[in-house]
Design a protein around this ligand. Sequence first.
Ligand code: HPA
Length: 237
Amino acid sequence: MSHIPTPHIEAKAGDFAKTVLMPGDPLRSKHIAETFLEDAVLVNNVRGVNGYTGTWKGKRVSVMASGMGMPAIGIYSYELFHFYDVENIIRIGTAGAMSQELKIRDIVLGMGACTDSDYAKQFQLPGTFAPIASYELLEKAVNALKAKGNVNYKVGNLYSSDVFYNDNARTTELWQKMGVLAVEMEAAALYMNAARCGKNALAICTVSDNLVTGEKTTSAERQSSFSDMVRIALEIA
Ligand code: HPA
């Protein structure tokens, strides 16, 4: 394909598997490749955005970082879907809980993603688009979590925000009132790109902090709950 390599990915055609796991942090991508994948090969390192392809239980799977925020995941997911023929992107990230029922280390599966971003404007729709996960991936994730049995999880709405340090103190309370479970910064753009490209996406997030109760994870807790989430994502890949 003439657009390969892309401005942000130096991999060759066919270097990526059909399913790409996508953490925000490039070091997490490296860690997943080294810890979970067999025969992992580095296929991208533009801007230090580590991308690897290897196998897990015999299945070919890739992992590449998205960076933080919707502009970043918008670029990487579009290039993977559109130019590298990737079919499924599973975001594995952290989120801040807005629901009192969520404890740190719980998992949130983003069935939908509300947003304060203008990302959807480019589609010039005569209304408001509702970014949703792939039902197929979501169902597989739920089944994998049920089979695992020992992880608390909720399925529902995420809030994908452009702002980490929000000046508006009421933001959490207002989204919470609408039943939104947790805030992160990528899912909505990922879901919109999947819709635009006719592909599949799911965001799986572990709760790193609770914005209502103030509870926070230690880095050791983040690491172990992160591993649970990676196993779920690999299971459905
Ligand atoms: N805001 C946005 N993204 C996040 C947060 C948060 O509080 N916690 C983890 N990811």
